[in-house]
Design a protein around this ligand. Structure first.
Ligand SMILES: Cc1cc2nc3c(=O)[nH]c(=O)nc-3n(C[C@H](O)[C@H](O)[C@H](O)COP(=O)(O)O)c2cc1C
Length: 163
């Protein structure tokens, strides 16, 4: 069997799925499911997340210029699905799900306590690529469950059961 032209949309399998949490200038917390997420600089450490302008979270990230990338394991499946299918425009998703949160150490955004890794980011640039705006976030602080860290403080990703 030979090759055939494939659909060009989403031709790379997006990995990993994350939850991006953020906060508005009014103090309201929100989060959404994001598949468009990747490393984009090793030194300094930077990651990029793609958010569609119609999302409620888009407005919050634009307002405060920061966000938190929360890695999601199988245990957070229900939370991931809810946050990825309901909008902060219609309800306070954090109260509805009774989410456990902690304050960012460096940025004004909430961390999702139940997620194994939380990456605090400050927006340093953004590119409108088409349907998504890609926000380049400088990594300001990384929180990880103690059991995931080796003696150099590196995260052992093989210990996370990703969704
Ligand atoms: C698996 C999955 C991946 C998603 N990836 C993205 C994404 O990369 N960017 C985006 O803007 N929305 C993405 N979404 C959709 C948002 O998470 C969804 O529209 C959410 O309800 C928006 O919430 P908000 O309006 O409170 O910000 C994804 C949803 C799912 C279920």
């Amino acid at each position: 069997m030979g090759k055939k032209q494939a659909n060009m949309k989403s031709c790379l399998q997006p990995m990993p799925k994350v939850l991006v949490s953020c906060r508005g200038t009014d103090g309201k917390n929100n989060a959404l499911a994001v598949a468009y997420c990747c490393n984009c600089s090793f030194d300094p450490p930077m990651v990029m997340v793609g958010i569609v302008p119609s999302r409620y979270s888009y407005k919050l990230v634009k307002e405060t210029g920061c966000f938190v990338v929360n890695l999601v394991s199988k245990q957070q499946k229900e939370m991931f699905e809810y946050l990825g299918s309901h909008s902060g425009k219609d309800e306070d998703k954090f109260s509805k799900l009774n989410l456990r949160v902690e304050e960012g150490v460096k940025v004004n955004a909430p961390l999702l306590s139940d997620c194994p890794v939380n990456i605090e980011c400050r927006v340093v640039d953004s590119i409108v690529t088409g349907s998504h705006e890609m926000f380049v976030g400088k990594v300001e602080f990384v929180h990880a469950d103690e059991k995931l860290l080796n003696d150099k403080g590196e995260i052992d990703f093989s210990k996370i059961e990703f969704l």
